[in-house]
Design a protein around this ligand. Structure first.
Ligand code: ADQ
Length: 483
């Protein structure tokens, strides 16, 4: 029986090693949810790194990891510390991530790290090749594995290979800067179907292929040696019901069932019923536009002083890649800005910004989403942005206002939100005012449309559409062979 193999940098598991004891839990991320039905189906497997380096494992523990992950239908790719340093923190996050998000000034193109990127992609390929058979389908995810499709296709041409990029694909003028640009494109073109979040990313990719590789492109199909590679956009959705139902349940929690955060937020609302909560949630990443958001909030408090003590920005920043220096700098800048603005405006009874630098459990995430009158999401670049969609899914009474950056892929499907240019403090400040003053009826009518759309195009639907399209490429391949 043919099977489906999912490949991503990390396995959908949280693997912890404490006192030589393994603790393995399924992770709850969006991708894991979207793939759940595919992964649970038949004899499919998921290949990726467990999060534990070779150096941390004795041969015995290494066997234990394989046995434990295989119970979850996963196979782990062994990576050593140097791989993680050069391939992940190095090339993936210091070259590809900034380049693809238009942060050229942060991109470092280090030849040794590029070599490591190639070696690690080969390590992933070795594990895939040891598990794949003719007729199987392989779905590769994200920017850490751009070379993998070709490494598989070259050895196993009779497999269907899909690739999905979770981050933006930059315009040709940005991509052409990359020193190993042709090799990277050839790596991606090993796939039969390449998926992007938006039509613009798809268009940018096709333009790079045309201009750098001089390949023939007809609509969204590329003639590549004796194959046709299809390119399409598949905007990723969320597990809508999970967020919506959690919010419904949240509203019925008894005093004992409420989390500490829930109670604190309720106290806040009771003590100042007119005060509005503006929420932002993101990984602490320079692409997410955190400093410009804080500065825009300062601008708002300066421009509209009547709202001082009437609004609070609750900002959750999840620690991310904290051993990369640009992320450390961003952390310092964020801490300083929050401190400065709180110092400038705070009164004995009011702190304008509540800033949490940590990861929070799902229940607390729901506490925050459901308590927020406004969600302020201002990335400078973002492949999609699922937080915007999750906020809308939790608005069980249909109220609440989403302010969303035009630079997030999600803005294409969420035009009922207040869309802003994240570099304009003026626009953000005016959007905050508009959001706070928006009549409830208008909030509801905007959110009603958004919710209907999000419920329909869920993450399961996204995976289903991708597979349908990948299956169709199989039919085209068979027709070409038959000719
Ligand atoms: P990310 O850059 O991580 O993803 P995003 O799409 O916003 O960004 O997803 C973040 C996820 O983490 C959300 O599902 C959110 O619920 C969760 N999360 C955020 N803060 C949390 C916290 N404190 N505790 C626990 N969970 C938290 C990349 C791309 C995006 C793209 C996604 C999916 O950069 O543009 O939308 O992949 O393709």
């Amino acid at each position: 029986m043919n099977k489906t193999i999912i490949v991503s940098n990390r396995l959908p598991l949280q693997v912890k090693l404490e006192n030589n004891k393994l603790d393995i839990k399924p992770s709850v991320g969006g991708l894991a949810t979207g793939m759940k039905s595919v992964h649970a189906d038949g004899n499919g497997i998921w290949i990726g790194w467990s999060g534990i380096t070779d150096e941390e494992l004795t041969p015995e523990l290494s066997k234990d990891v394989q046995t434990a992950v295989s119970k979850e239908k996963c196979v782990s790719v062994p990576l050593n510390q140097q791989d993680v340093e050069d391939f992940y923190f190095g090339f993936s996050n210091k070259a590809l991530w900034p380049l693809f998000h238009y942060f050229l000034e942060y991109a470092e193109f280090d030849k040794n790290q590029w070599e490591s990127y190639k070696e690690v992609n080969q390590k992933f390929a070795d594990v895939v090749l040891a598990n794949v058979e003719d007729g199987d389908t392989v779905w590769v995810h994200d920017y850490q594995l751009l070379l993998l499709p070709k490494l598989i296709k070259d050895k196993k041409p009779n497999t269907s290979i899909g690739f999905f990029l979770h981050i933006p694909y930059p315009s040709y003028e940005i991509f052409r800067v990359f020193p190993w640009r042709e090799e990277l494109l050839h790596g991606m073109l090993g796939a039969d179907l390449l998926g992007f979040h938006t039509y613009d990313y798809e268009r940018h990719f096709l333009s790079s292929v045309k201009r750098l590789l001089k390949l023939e492109v007809r609509f969204n199909e590329i003639s590549y040696s004796d194959r046709i590679v299809k390119v399409d956009s598949f905007p990723m959705g969320i597990d809508y019901q999970k967020f919506h139902n959690a919010a419904l349940k949240h509203a019925q929690h008894t005093q004992v069932e409420k989390t500490e955060l829930h109670r604190r937020l309720e106290d806040h609302m009771q003590s100042s019923p007119d005060a509005k909560i503006i929420l932002s949630i993101d990984r602490l990443d320079y692409t997410k536009g955190i400093p410009n958001r804080i500065k825009a909030f300062e601008y708002f408090l300066d421009k509209y002083p009547q709202y001082r003590e009437k609004v609070r920005l609750v900002m959750l920043a999840v620690p991310s890649r904290s051993n990369v220096d640009t992320y450390q700098k961003l952390k310092r800048e964020t801490d300083e800005l929050v401190g400065r603005i709180n110092g400038k405006f705070a009164t004995v009874s009011w702190t304008p910004i509540w800033y949490f630098y940590r990861s929070m459990p799902f229940d607390n995430l729901i506490d925050l989403y459901t308590s927020a009158d406004v969600a302020l999401i201002t990335p400078l670049r973002d492949g999609m942005n699922l937080v915007a969609k999750e906020y809308i899914a939790t608005r069980v009474n249909n109220d609440g206002v989403l302010i969303l950056s035009e630079m997030a892929g999600a803005s294409i499907e969420m035009s009922e939100a207040i869309l802003i240019n994240p570099t304009s403090y003026e626009e953000i400040a005016d959007a905050i005012k508009k959001a706070i003053e928006m009549p409830v009826e208008e909030q509801k009518s905007r959110n009603h449309i958004l919710q209907k759309r999000l419920a329909r195009y869920s993450v399961e639907k996204w995976a289903e559409e991708f597979f349908k399209s990948l299956d169709a490429t199989k039919t085209i391949r068979e027709a070409i062979v038959a000719k």
